[in-house]
Design a protein around this ligand. Structure first.
Ligand code: NAP
Ligand code: GDD
Length: 325
């Protein structure tokens, strides 16, 4: 009997990779999408016929409960969120509704329909914020620095609370930044690789960025969704840090991306623009993935340098036909 997985946020970066992985494992994959007036299936176009879609919204309890009741999944992966940190300052209440209370709505739906359904919550290294310990591990205290980070702390603790209150198999994956050619262009890595590709092809002359000194523990999204799945295959529910254990600055990412495109030094092209600075910054993130390695047998397979090169190559290949046309 194949298992059924329900994924919220299936149209996002992680949703697309997770859907691929679960289909490969023989799952029936059901994706919850919200109603939009345009097509948002770009990232899953290649597997769209293999997925069942159901319409629902993290803001709407009735839709989520009805979906869980109809679909009767074995596993629910709650990836949907307002996930862009700067937007959380301009839309703090909405971010709280999606990213914090949305988690409770999904948990409540599971509790009402069948508390045996396994639940994965997409928690974030943003919860560590102004870090109190280096590297950050499962026991490190949280100090979020944005309304998004605060909302994710709520999502984390409500997941732990439902596990402890109702004996549910509910886990929180504390994932550090993970990227790919499917990353939204507003996030810094994809903004850089898209910008580098445009400069390389003569479509742009400069790249405007904010804080180049921020440091992140960047991995490849395809590696990270494997960790999500592994967490739900364990005998006991628990929380895990998923990271590479290495950190790099935005400046290093920029330097390697320009070199990968054969453009040489980045300095002539990069302009620091105060519009992209944040009211409160997360200066340094670096995770300790040793528990994930020990218990889940999980390790990242793509290195930082491979990731940057992969993303630059994908953006050049995507844009080149437009230039030739
Ligand atoms: P993403 O690309 O921004 O995707 C977010 C998804 O959430 C999209 O499918 C979006 O649907 C959906 N969504 C947003 N609001 C919704 C609502 N009200 N109802 C239903 N669906 C809604 O994010 P991602 O990078 O894949 O990240 C997945 C999850 O992991 C997020 O919760 C994020 O906060 C968390 N996370 C990400 C990282 C990372 O580095 N990527 C690290 C730690 C944690 P539309 O297509 O309709 O907009
Ligand atoms: N977006 C963006 N744009 N960030 C910039 C820019 C710019 O022009 N210039 C510098 N940065 C810096 C930001 O200030 C931040 O320190 C760093 O680059 C990374 O920013 P993002 O790529 O936007 O990601 P994030 O770290 O804020 O959040 C991502 O990772 C979290 C996990 O730690 C998102 O995916 C979150 O949803 C996720 O939880």
């Amino acid at each position: 009997m194949s298992k059924t997985a329900l994924i919220t946020g299936i149209t996002g970066q992680d949703g697309s990779y997770l859907a691929e992985l679960l289909l490969g494992e023989g799952y029936r994959v059901v994706g919850m999408t919200r109603r939009t007036s345009t097509d948002v299936h770009e990232r899953i176009q290649h597997i769209v016929d293999d997925i069942e879609f159901v319409s629902g919204d993290l803001l709407d309890q009735t839709s989520i409960t009805t979906i869980v009741d109809n679909v009767r999944p074995d596993e629910v992966y709650n990836l949907a969120a307002q996930s862009f940190v700067p937007t959380s300052w301009s839309q703090p209440v909405l971010t709280g509704e999606f990213t914090a209370l949305g988690v409770t709505r999904v948990l409540e739906a599971i509790r009402a329909v069948d508390p045996k359904i396994k639940f994965y919550q997409a928690s974030s290294s943003e919860m560590f914020g102004k870090v109190v310990e280096v590297p950050q591990r499962e026991t490190t205290s949280f100090y979020p620095r944005s309304p998004y980070g605060v909302a994710k702390v709520y999502g984390h603790w409500i997941t732990v609370n439902y596990r402890e209150s109702y004996d549910m198999f509910a886990v929180s994956g504390i994932l550090f930044n993970h990227e790919s050619e499917r990353r939204g262009k507003e996030f810094v890595t994809r903004k850089i690789t898209d910008g580098v590709a445009r400069i390389k092809l003569g479509l742009e002359r400069e790249l405007r960025l904010g804080n180049l000194e921020a440091q992140r523990d960047w991995g490849f999204a395809g590696d990270y969704v494997r960790a999500m799945w592994l967490m739900l295959q364990q005998n006991e529910p628990d929380d895990y840090v998923i990271a590479t254990g290495r950190t790099h600055s935005v400046r290093e990412f920029v330097r390697i991306a320009f070199e990968a495109a054969g453009l040489g030094a980045y300095e002539p092209y990069v302009v620091q623009d105060p519009r992209f600075m944040r009211p409160a910054e997360v200066d340094l993130l670096v995770g300790d993935p040793s528990k994930a390695k020990r218990v889940l047998g999980w390790e990242p397979e793509v290195s930082f340098e491979q990731l940057v090169e992969m993303m630059v190559r994908a953006d050049i290949d995507r844009l080149a036909p437009q230039v030739r046309a």
